[in-house]
Design a protein around this ligand. Structure first.
Ligand code: P6P
Length: 337
């Protein structure tokens, strides 16, 4: 295990020694994602000031148009990856269609999907938000990547992770060999290893869900919620409620402290019967992280990593966190309680 405090790229190279076939592409790819994260972090952390500094609200003091931060973040992720030489196609929460590379950009062997700034509606309240990324090896054979490279199940991911812009900026990722967390030291502009080999507690009596949706939840979710609200000290019920309303914040807390996050299917909006969260660039990458940390991620009836995608922006119910807590919820979702 690498020692705490080493920079991200040294950690990746040390890990790479375990993979003789590794070509260094992945090191370059993750380094580019980290670069985009540093740029996004800088803008996120001065968001409240930009309008003040810009005075007009339209232009900032650098004379640049003040962009919505999620558009800005999307542009930075695309820029960082397009010319990396490691990517053949991208998919983003912000783009309806797959993002092809321009003719002059060098192609690589990875397909990358991302939510560039999840929870960005919370930025005005200075609430923690995040970037989520999912990395697949390409499976198509042409010069350019295709949608097929993006529509791969989660268990095929080469790597996955997220950046959380909170009281500190952290990058957390896995390549299938455990989970490591790095904290950005803004004074040197480096992500430094702060949380080596993160393990999620087996249990955790904290739940995270938007209970305002209770009347829209299907009966199995209502029964599960009623169960964890009951008073039973032996099973540490009632559970404590923690809900930020920003997926990366709620997930990061669940990963480190244990517990369970749920965004199930509901009847609130006929257009989104399977819940609000997306499979390819939210549920799937977080599922790889939690599973590598000893936890679990489920739709309630199926492991998230086994779901076969058929659309770029498809949504999926998500129950994710401590293994025992996810399995307890699954008992209700599968009608066994
Ligand atoms: P609700 C933020 O808008 C987001 O996409 C996720 O970050 C978050 O988990 C979810 O929506 C919150 O949704 O319906 O509880 O406001």
């Amino acid at each position: 295990m690498s020692q705490t405090g080493i920079p991200l790229n040294r950690h990746i190279m040390e890990q790479q020694k375990d993979y003789p076939e590794a070509t260094g592409d992945f090191t370059g790819l993750l380094t580019q994602i980290a670069l985009a994260a540093k740029i996004i972090s800088r803008e996120v952390n001065k968001a409240g000031l930009v309008n003040i500094l810009g005075f007009t609200g339209e232009k900032n003091v650098q004379g640049e148009a003040v962009k919505k931060l999620d558009i800005f973040a999307n542009e930075k992720m695309i820029e960082a990856l397009t010319y990396s030489g490691h990517v053949c196609i991208m998919g983003s929460e912000e783009d309806a269609e797959p993002i092809a590379l321009p003719p002059e950009a060098p192609r690589g062997d990875y397909a990358v999907m991302f939510d560039p700034l999840d929870g960005s509606s919370n930025i005005e309240a200075a609430i923690t938000i995040g970037t989520i990324f999912s990395i697949h090896r390409r499976i198509s054979s042409g010069a350019d990547g295709t949608l097929e490279d993006l529509l791969q199940p989660g268990h095929q991911q080469a790597a996955a992770g997220y950046v959380v812009y909170g009281s500190s900026t952290m990058l957390v990722y896995t390549t299938g060999n455990g989970v490591d967390g790095f904290t950005l030291d803004p004074s040197v502009g480096e992500f430094l290893l702060s949380h080596p080999n993160i393990r999620t507690p087996e249990r955790g009596s904290t739940y995270s869900a938007n209970e305002g949706n209770y009347q829209y939840w299907h009966p199995e979710m209502q029964c599960y919620m009623d169960h964890i609200h009951e008073k039973d000290p032996a099973s540490k019920r009632p559970y404590a409620s923690r809900y930020v309303g920003s997926l990366v914040a709620d997930f990061h807390r669940t990963l480190l402290y244990g517990g369970v996050f749920l965004y199930p299917a509901d009847s609130k909006d006929p257009k989104t019967p399977t819940g609000k969260l997306r499979l390819l660039y939210e549920a799937s990458p977080l599922a790889m992280v939690i599973q590598e940390a000893g936890g679990k991620a489920s739709t309630g009836t199926e492991n998230i990593l086994d779901v076969q995608p058929n659309k770029l922006h498809q949504r999926v119910p998500l129950v994710i966190g401590s293994r025992a807590e996810v399995e307890l919820a699954e008992e209700f979702f599968q009608g066994n309680r």
